[in-house]
Design a protein around this ligand. Sequence first.
Ligand SMILES: [Zn+2]
Length: 271
Amino acid sequence: MDLSNENIIHVKKNGYEYLQFKKLLEYPELWHAFVIKPLNFRGNKAEKTIAEDYERFCELESLNYKYVVRALQEHTDVVKTVEEKKNPNGPEILMEYLNDVDGLITDKNDFILATTSADCIALLIYDPVKKVVANVHSGWKGTFKKISLKAIEKMKADYNSNPEDIIVCICPSIRECHFEVKTDVESECRRIFEYTNKLDEIIKYKGIENDEEKFYIDTVLITKLLLEEAGIKAENIIDSGICTLCKKELLHTRRGDGEKFGLNAAFIKVK
Ligand SMILES: [Zn+2]
């Protein structure tokens, strides 16, 4: 199976595969990848074996894994800039300063910004004028906290980025077709995003199952609306259009794979 489409190319190498956005490939100074099955970046946080997954991938791609930066990703709306290396002996993974952080921004060429996901949205962001990259993890909780909008605001504040220059790529995630919620999440969504006047498109009623009302929520649409609110041009929002659960043979998906789910990883760096 091949996931290539108008926005995506599906790269298959010796035993591993990743997706790339055609739009980002227009910039030769940039490197990026959304790595899918069979590689798995979940590791074991408790046993601190998580870095091994990154080391293996970096070896395959001839990257310096000591410069991988990955936030802990606790479904916050916190975005941090990465300015200097703090771990002299290894990658910037499971570092205390990256606890309670879900988005990373840098203008330093060395760093490889990483996020992992298995249904949540990962956003790969590039400002080709200021040569600033960002990588943002936005699950439904982060989406409701508007982390995508806050990441763009931080690029404006800290790197003087003009949102009109910025390109945002939406990696594969669980989509409206499969992101089913109950009334608690649906009502929270309704309260937060009523101001968009797009609730009819964001929320779809599924019906009653086991005496409970069920809904589908389109977190990708919410993200697009937040990005436009932040000043990103519609034509610079590039959507992979891929649902992790619909393509579960190729993509890690928490809802599709159950407790033993693995993690896809999104990487971006300026060469
Ligand atoms: Zn789906």
